[in-house]
Design a binder for this molecule. Structure first.
Ligand code: GUN
Ligand code: ZN
Length: 487
């Protein structure tokens, strides 16, 4: 149990929460901009203007520099960065994963984080890359867990993050999550996912998040390490991630890249700026592209931060409105690999359904993926538990004779069967679907109808359907029910 995180609203696995830190309360989901103490592309105290509440910096970079180290130890990290909000510091783990070694050990870096007054410190975990041999992932995980186990000896009053590793091995991810959660950290970063995002492996990312969430308690604040592109925030929030960190706003800016929720442009490709932030309203694409490097980087970094926090606000509103799923579906249609991520998310619908609030805003059917939404799974699970016997008529049309039947069920795409008395209740009564039945809409609905028939073998089923429902699937239904074609 964590007592530093309070969840106030939920949708899917996403939530709005309050994270209590020594330097104030942070409302999640949120992104922590990464501040590199060497560059300070944007001054930390300016960050609030863009919507940031909290920042993250790297304690190893500070530790390694004599000047920064002395300054941070003497004045404290907050004074050094001139920022009075919450600060998280990462350890040298990322440098460890890139350069192979760092000249600092776990106890030194945690003690240093404590001594400079970080709000949340990170131990020296080992970010095991995707697809390494299983034995290596397991060995490195044991070392990480050992380091996490000793972290409290050095952390004093500082809040501690317990990173969850395990590479792309889902059993290790879940085990790691369970064991880290049992050690009782203040936040739980999911580690070593940057290579997955860099390679657009959103399907694997979805699996990693879901398996880590399965091992963590649902009250655990979850940080997705190294994720900050606005395109994927809605998806990650909907899977239960609360905190993000963005080096992307600065790294992309240095490369001349302009972030949007639909993807990334190079500033030289743009004739128009599709954004209304202060930067985009006071500059043309050409102004930015032709500015000197420092100015261009600065302007792009500002825009990148504005769009990132605009997306965070929209995500929060969507959680309150109960239509986060619709936002995720829209976002995931901006890139085929994101669409694969959405499809994989829907493979986890039964898991998500257990946590998703039972009633929310109107269900919008936005494509074949919507047919696997948690609401559809839940509706059919409820039907499964229903006692059904006698002569049953299931009809795609309302105006059909019910004579000689004990019970009448109607059909709604994509849910399948529903008893008439549910026609006003959520989600059947509050769903906007399409009247044009394509093969996918038709067949996913017929599959749900078939499951209903099979789940209630004691009843005598008749399925009456009209032309638009004609499909090879009818043959399967014919094996379990009497089928009537309505002429
Ligand atoms: N930054 C990005 N990924 C990681 C990770 O796995 N561990 C740490 N400590 N920092 C990271
Ligand atoms: Zn802009």
């Amino acid at each position: 149990m964590t007592d530093v995180f309070e969840i106030t609203n939920k949708d899917l696995l996403g939530r709005i929460g309050k994270l209590y830190t020594p330097h104030g309360v942070v409302e999640t989901p949120t992104v922590m901009p990464v501040i590199n103490p060497n560059l300070r592309l944007i001054e930390p105290k300016e960050l609030k203007r863009y919507g940031a509440q909290m920042l993250i910096t790297n304690s190893y970079i500070i530790y390694r520099s004599e000047k920064f180290r002395q300054d941070a130890l003497k004045r404290g990290l907050h004074a050094m960065l001139d920022f009075n909000g919450p600060i998280m510091t990462d350890s040298g783990s990322f440098q460890l994963s890139v350069y192979g070694s760092v000249e600092v050990n776990n106890s030194e870096i945690i003690s240093f984080e404590r001594d400079i007054g970080t709000d949340i410190g990170v131990p020296l975990d080992i970010p095991t890359a995707p697809d390494v041999p299983y034995e290596r992932a397991k060995e490195e995980l044991e070392i990480t867990l050992e380091r996490l186990g000793e972290a409290r000896q050095y952390s004093g009053n500082m809040m501690l993050a317990g990173p969850v590793q395990g590479s792309t091995y889902m059993d290790l991810r879940e085990e790691a999550a369970r064991r880290v959660y049992a050690m009782d950290f203040d936040i739980y970063p999911l580690g070593a996912v940057v290579p997955l995002m860099e390679n657009y492996r959103y399907k694997d990312l979805v699996d990693v998040i879901v398996r880590c969430k399965t091992g963590l308690g649902s009250d655990a604040p979850v940080h997705l390490f190294g994720a900050g592109h606005p395109m994927m925030l809605a998806l990650a929030v909907s899977l239960g991630c609360d905190l993000f960190d963005s080096a992307a706003y600065a790294l992309y800016a240095k490369d001349g890249r302009y972030l949007t929720v639909d993807g990334t442009y190079h500033i030289s490709q743009l004739q128009h700026l599709p954004c209304s932030c202060p930067v985009c309203m006071s500059h043309t694409a050409k102004d930015i592209a032709s500015a000197d490097e420092k100015t261009r980087t600065r302007l792009l970094a500002e825009h990148n931060l504005y769009v990132t926090f605009e997306e965070i606000r929209l995500i929060k509103q969507s959680i309150l409105d109960g239509d986060l799923m619709e936002l995720v579906e829209r976002r995931c249609r901006s890139h085929p690999k994101m669409l694969s991520g959405l499809k994989r998310m829907m493979d986890h619908s039964a898991y998500i359904e257990r946590f998703d609030p039972a009633t929310k805003s109107t269900f919008f059917y936005l494509g074949p993926e919507s047919a696997k939404r948690p609401e559809v799974i839940r509706h059919n699970r409820h039907l499964k538990n229903l006692t059904v016997n006698g002569k049953i008529l299931i009809s795609t049309r309302k105006d059909v004779s019910r004579e000689g039947y004990d019970n009448f069920y109607m059909v709604k795409m994509p849910f399948g069967v529903f008893p008439e008395e549910l026609k006003e209740t959520y989600p059947i009564g509050q769903s906007e679907t399409i009247s044009e039945l394509g093969p996918e809409e038709r067949d996913s609905t017929l599959e749900n109808i078939l499951s209903f028939i099979r789940d209630h073998p004691d009843a005598e089923h008749t399925f009456a359907y009209d032309e638009v429902w004609e499909s090879p699937r009818i043959k399967d239904i014919e094996k379990a029910a009497k089928v009537v074609h309505l002429g």
